[in-house]
Design a protein around this ligand. Structure first.
Ligand SMILES: Nc1ncnc2c1ncn2[C@@H]1O[C@H](COP(=O)(O)OP(=O)(O)OP(=O)(O)O)[C@@H](O)[C@H]1O
Length: 254
């Protein structure tokens, strides 16, 4: 077993002639919470798409628990224990909160339309769905249709769907985007709770969230990880100050 939950080794990705990811390196230990930050267009979303299998690297390796996942499809990577947050628009809006979670649980159990298997597993799926509802604090909203949730509740449901299958590596793309300050604060706490003991990667622009949530920060600039360290070390890193964080921190302080 590898020492790392997730590893990127000299990962490159080009679209046509433009190289967007240029030799990215990252080694995340099990249980670490990592925020990926960087200027607009640095390649953060592309990196997430590479890790979750939506894109394949042009070269280099991506390893999940020591196993190469470069050429696997998203669902194959998911089956190996990596789960990426779906956007709110991917919720089943006409299903209840409970049913949304149960779908995610059944999917993770490998339910493949076999009715006998479905019946045998339904009790387990129901129990797990109830457990997840409590974790995301939507148990009192269990029968509400997803389309009738508030924005923050819908984002909590999205997190619930992401963690429902028990994946050990979780990718969240700007989990607090669009939330008010007080919602954001509560949500950071929720994310901390539901990802306890798991490996977490987030893409984040909000520095309050980054410093509130992350054990480590990966700074991506022009498709390269120029720093990967604790928040304090990254804050003090001259190269990061120069390339990115200096201006962002000045803004935050202002
Ligand atoms: N499928 C694609 N085909 C061509 N170019 C792409 C594709 N996906 C992303 N790019 C380009 O890659 C670059 C990096 O985009 P990406 O969305 O990964 O950056 P980002 O760091 O997530 O940016 P932001 O912070 O603004 O969301 C951009 O110049 C973008 O136009």
């Amino acid at each position: 077993m590898s020492e790392y939950a997730l590893e990127l080794r000299n990962v490159r990705k080009s679209f046509g002639k433009s190289e967007i990811i240029r030799g990215a390196e990252l080694a995340v230990k099990p249980g670490e919470r990592v925020a990926v930050i960087g200027p607009n267009g640095a390649g953060k979303s592309t990196l997430f798409n590479l890790i979750s299998g939506r894109f394949h690297p042009s070269s280099g390796d991506i390893l999940l628990h020591g196993e190469r996942i470069n050429h696997l499809k998203p669902y194959e990577i998911n089956r190996r224990g990596l789960s990426r947050s779906f956007q709110v628009s991917n919720l089943f809006t006409r299903l209840s909160v409970f049913e949304n979670i149960r779908c995610a649980v059944l999917w993770s159990m490998g339910y493949k339309y076999a009715f006998w298997k479905f019946l045998a597993e339904l009790d387990d799926a129901n129990d797990r769905a109830e457990e997840v509802l409590e974790m995301i604090k939507l148990d009192k909203r269990r029968d509400v249709l997803a389309m009738n949730l508030t924005y923050a509740e819908a984002r909590a449901l999205e997190i619930g769907i992401t963690i429902a299958g028990g994946s050990s590596v979780i990718l969240l793309d700007e989990p607090t985007a669009g939330m008010s300050k007080s919602e954001t604060k509560r949500f950071i706490q929720l994310i901390r709770e539901v990802t306890e003991g798991k490996t977490l990667l987030t893409v984040e622009h909000d520095m309050g969230v980054v410093f509130g949530l992350a054990d480590k920060i990966a700074v991506l600039v022009y498709g390269e990880v120029i720093a990967f360290d604790t928040p304090d070390a990254v804050r003090a890193n001259a190269r990061v100050q120069e390339a990115y964080l200096g201006s962002v921190l000045a803004e935050v302080h202002a």
